[in-house]
Write a protein that binds this ligand. Structure first.
Ligand SMILES: [Zn+2]
Ligand SMILES: [Zn+2]
Length: 298
């Protein structure tokens, strides 16, 4: 990544030991060095259009070369040694491919301690890897780094698009902060007509159409606050986030695209009916297999 207008260095406490890795079920972060030049270049060029569309400095140019990348990576490697900025490559677990990058840079504006910028390889974006990366990096920064005020550049990069069944109501929701819960309480079952409501916590929802078509049904408190609220599309009844809320809220996960994060937990399982947990010995069918079965039973 090319230098933007920032200057200076990150401030770390005296003697702070810089974390050098983060590993999840899908990838491993390692300090970005010249050794990653080829793998990183392949990922950059695959992703060039999305990177250019979102980066203020137009990086990478269409004629960006491997040697220019090597020189950038040499600079990142030196910055890491100097403790002035920290760039991490995101490798798949067998380390055969670079699937993204995470940059911790000195803040361009006052009022925060670090500018964090991330990207994932083009082929992995539609499966929600950017959100997965954001959530894990955010937890890692909070737990193992010393920054209090983190500024994520381009937060909309981690937003998922959402809509109701009929398409009248559309919105963006993100970044995912969690929790991501599957609630089996009786109200959630009635609200969804299904075994549980899948609800994911996000820091912000932005409606792009139809927010005036959302009805909010509020129910009284039963055992403890908050009272139960259910928002849905007037036309098709899809559960939706609540318009007019600033900040964090739970969003019905089924309305979102690009969510590849696994849920954190089942909750209210003591309310769940016996048929709620199909992960028993029941047979499992793919979409194609169930079509085939139904066809054969006609
Ligand atoms: Zn609708
Ligand atoms: Zn519930």
């Amino acid at each position: 990544m090319q230098k933007t207008g920032r200057s200076g260095a990150l401030t770390l406490p005296e003697g702070f030991v810089v974390p050098t890795t983060l590993e999840t079920d899908q990838y491993r972060l390692k300090p970005l060095t010249q050794a990653h030049t080829e793998l990183d270049f392949a990922a950059v060029m695959e992703t060039q259009q999305r990177l250019r569309a979102s980066a203020p400095n137009g990086w990478p140019r269409p004629d960006f070369t491997l040697e220019e990348n090597r020189s950038d990576l040499r600079r990142h490697e030196q910055e890491f040694v100097d403790r002035s900025a920290f760039a991490f490559t995101v490798l798949n677990l067998d380390e055969s491919a670079v699937i993204g990058c995470v940059y911790l840079n000195p803040p361009a504006q006052t009022g925060c301690d670090v500018d964090v910028h991330m990207w994932v390889r083009e082929r992995d974006y539609p499966r929600g890897l950017a959100q997965h990366l954001h959530r894990h990096v955010d937890a890692w920064l909070s737990k193992y780094w010393s920054f209090d005020r983190i500024n994520y550049l381009r937060p909309d990069y981690y937003f998922a698009r959402g809509s109701c069944l009929c398409g009248s109501v559309t919105f963006y929701a993100g970044p995912v902060t969690g929790p991501f819960e599957l609630c089996h309480c009786s109200r959630c079952r009635q609200a969804t007509g299904s075994a549980y409501a899948a609800l994911v916590g996000v820091s912000e929802v932005r409606f792009t159409s139809g927010s005036d078509l959302v009805t909010t049904c509020s129910l009284p408190i039963t055992s403890q606050p908050p009272a139960y609220k259910r928002c849905f599309c007037n036309t098709c009844g899809s559960p939706l986030p609540e318009p007019g809320v600033t900040g964090w809220q739970e969003v019905p996960a089924g309305c979102l695209e690009l969510i590849s994060l696994p849920p954190d937990r089942h909750i209210y399982v003591d309310d769940a009916p016996a048929w709620s947990f199909p992960e028993s010995a029941l047979p499992r069918f793919t979409r194609a297999e169930i079509h085939q079965l139904r066809e054969s039973q006609k």
